[in-house]
Design a protein around this ligand. Sequence first.
Ligand code: GLN
Length: 200
Amino acid sequence: MRVGVLALQGDFREHVAMVASLGVEGIEVRTPDDLASIDALIIPGGESTTIGRLATMFGLIEPIRERAHDGMPILGTCAGMIFLASDAVGHHQPQLGLLDATVERNAFGRQVDSFEADLAVAGLKEPMHAVFIRAPWIEKVGGDVEVLAAVTGTDGREHPVLVRQGRILAAAFHPELTDDNRLHAMLMGLVEENLVEENR
Ligand code: GLN
């Protein structure tokens, strides 16, 4: 199995290291050719407008959409989640539209720019320690999106911060900055599911 990490901007190296910690080869992805050689893609945190612009320049938007439509699993974290979504409140920026969700960028505001929390995650026994850095939250999800974890925002309402839609996983936080590789393992589980289906 080869897991690609979109390596245009942001903390892709940490994701490659986390993939390696699970004994799987991590590939830095910058071109459509790189994309053709992988079984799953991780889109890292960073700055979502920059990632979107660079992905447009490198001709990666359509190839990523095509691979996703063919069933390739994708994990997006923080800026990666924003890039995967269909809409961002108040922003016009390149987005893949593979996750039926509206995100609010920098949602937690200045006062709590960055924080950490232990999240209860659907399907996991132990909570997940989550690091949020100028993080988005999800404002609205479509009917096919499963909410795996949520936090109470500064507006007093619950907001999804970990979701799944088919083979797309998106987290508002940075699992690659902890030593918890369960989300990466979940992504690899989706690859195995995909391979079983292809061979049917
Ligand atoms: N604030 C960034 C954005 O809106 C995301 C931050 C991150 O990825 N840590 O793109």
